[in-house]
Design a protein around this ligand. Structure first.
Ligand SMILES: Cc1cc2nc3c(=O)[nH]c(=O)nc-3n(C[C@H](O)[C@H](O)[C@H](O)COP(=O)(O)OP(=O)(O)OC[C@H]3O[C@@H](n4cnc5c(N)ncnc54)[C@H](O)[C@@H]3O)c2cc1C
Length: 386
């Protein structure tokens, strides 16, 4: 067995990394302080991004999204509804944005098909009847739980030791390098340390808190957002407003529900949140401009999740923060050997984040195993609990 890599965080990023590293032959132990996916990944609203949402203002993230969109359709089709998406223009401002949007999609390699209002209404009759234009893109619905559970199921069957309800509460160091993690298992109350060769901080919006255990800071800004689920599928395609990414501009059909999203504000602590007032009404109102039927649909639930945005602590404009991801080698940045942090990104780009982190681990351990996760079809999510 090769080096022992500890992953901290059982979200989509940690799960994809466990899969990648076991395929490359590393010994992997993953710790998750709660249930798997109980952080941000299990709560997002399930858009497999085509990248179109970011094509104008965040093209790096857009290209990452479209590349991963294509990969995930091949390796995890069971977790996806391949329903495509429509960006709808409702007013003159949206129409003025349309040429930029089409150009951005073209530059990022995202197929964008212009549609007349009549053609869009024929596909989705619940759209606002006065829409001015629509563009069809390869968005899709993903199941926020099933997709990452494919990665966990495959990683475990390849030998990864996955330990939920176990929090990493400290590090042991020797000669400027991490040698072990200290953990608490909340099922038994037992404390234990695990020796390891390297630790990956994949703790999502909590990554800053984990880094602080080693006396380090990260360029990470928690960015919460509220979502609303209403009864019934008001549309079968993903619906977006044709404007720069903003609030209340996405509707995602999920099984027999429609998920309306979302809002965004900046927080300093992912566990202490105070949502601005009246977000539920605001989201329903904004999404109702695209599909009026959401205003009359019974609300099933309202919840929030916290984005792990890669940004300095003094960022002011949350929407302007890139959805790109980064992988930090703390030996280079902070002179602490044995710790890597992988931050930012989207659930759509979880596999790419894992590939980048695993490539860095290979480089640091002198291994030359190529990544195989682009082509390797994942096991069913169902196998994790068997
Ligand atoms: C409102 C909203 C909507 C979104 N919608 C979409 C969408 O439609 N499509 C999309 O692609 N992306 C979406 N995202 C973004 C996406 O959800 C996140 O980028 C992604 O889920 C982050 O995954 P992660 O694994 O990095 O973090 P997480 O899923 O948060 O995983 C980190 C895990 O680390 C654990 N942890 C933390 N500290 C410790 C510790 N000390 N010991 C052990 N475990 C620890 C946490 O419990 C957590 O489970 C959305 C985000 C939000 C907030």
């Amino acid at each position: 067995m090769l080096e022992h890599i500890v992953i901290v965080g059982g979200g989509g990023t940690g799960g994809a990394l466990a899969h990648d590293l076991t395929l490359r032959g590393f010994r992997v132990t993953l710790f998750e302080k709660g249930e798997l996916l109980s952080g941000t990944t299990g709560r997002h609203h399930g858009l497999l991004h085509s990248g179109a949402r970011y094509a104008v203002n965040d093209p790096t993230a857009a290209v990452e999204c479209i590349e991963e969109n294509r990969v995930l359709r091949k390796i995890a089709p069971e977790a996806l509804e391949q329903n495509d998406g429509l960006f709808v223009a409702l007013d003159d401002e949206d129409m003025a944005f349309r040429p930029l949007f089409l150009e951005g999609c073209r530059d990022c390699g995202i197929l964008a098909q212009e549609m007349t209002p009549a053609a869009a209404l024929a596909l989705e009759p619940a759209l606002h009847p006065d829409l001015k234009s629509a563009v069809r893109v390869p968005d899709a619905t993903m199941d926020a739980w099933r997709l990452p559970m494919h990665f966990f199921a495959t990683a475990r069957s390849n030998g990864a030791d996955i330990r939920p309800f176990t929090e990493v509460v400290g590090f042991q160091t020797l000669n400027g390098g991490i040698t072990a993690v200290e953990t608490v298992d909340y099922r038994t109350g037992s404390r234990r340390s695990y020796r390891c060769d390297m630790v990956v901080n994949a703790a999502g919006p909590w990554a800053g808190q984990l880094a602080a255990l080693a006396g380090l800071s990260l360029p990470l800004q928690p960015g919460p957002g509220v979502m609303v689920a209403v009864e019934g599928r008001v549309t079968n395609m993903v619906i977006n407003r044709l404007h720069p990414a903003g609030e209340g501009d996405i509707i995602i059909p999920q099984r027999r529900l429609s998920l309306l999203g979302t809002t965004l504000w900046l927080a300093s602590d992912p566990d202490v949140l105070s949502p601005p007032a009246d977000q539920r009404r605001r989201i329903i109102d904004l999404c109702g401009r695209m599909v009026p039927a959401v205003r009359d649909a019974p609300v099933r639930s309202v919840w929030w999740a916290v984005r792990p945005l890669m940004a300095d602590g003094d960022a002011k404009d949350a929407q302007a923060i890139s959805r790109d991801f980064g992988c930090i080698d703390h030996s280079e940045r902070d002179h602490l050997e044995g710790l890597i942090s992988v931050i930012g990104g989207k659930a759509t780009t979880l596999r790419a984040m894992a590939e980048t982190a695993a490539d860095l681990i290979c480089k640091k351990t002198g291994r030359s195993f190529p990544c195989r996760t682009r082509e390797s079809k994942l096991l069913s999510y169902r196998l994790f609990y068997k």
